[in-house]
Design a protein. Sequence first.
Length: 190
Amino acid sequence: MDSLLISYILPLLGVVILLFCFGSFVLPYGERFKGKIQKVKAFGMDLEVSVITFFVIVGVILAFTGVYFHIQDYETRLVQAQKDRDLAKEALVLAQTMEIKAVITLENVNEDNMPQLENLQCKYFLYGDDTPVMVDVIKGYRSDQFKLILRDICPKTNIAQLVLEDLSNGKRWGKENFLPLEPVYELRED
């Protein structure tokens, strides 16, 4: 009720008072107010104004009360909309990132000389960035496979180099220049 009163009723009352005042200049009821003086004592001031001027001032104050609160409400909504937009952008970025599991086999490695999982370290480098991104390595589906878990991958992720290293003997395997979300398939002739 308070917001309805401030937003609509008080400004409407102010407009009605203003219309009444302007009407008093052209309509016959205005003759009663001409020459009448209203004394106002407030806030340490002692004023003498005509009744019509007093009503105009009151009408303007009431009419702009609603305008002020509407402007304040728009500013609050604008700030909230900007916060919502920022949250939506963050959510969109998070929604576009994903976790990809890649099954790998190692060249010149079979079940007999498979490296131990606990000795493996995997990382990748993005183009233009020398900071490595660590990758989790877990057991694959078969005994001669491993599975890599690439996190925070988005459609624009372009990996310059992926490196898997056996820390026990220093052997390294790698793949260069690939887009994890754009797989490359070699088709064989029938």
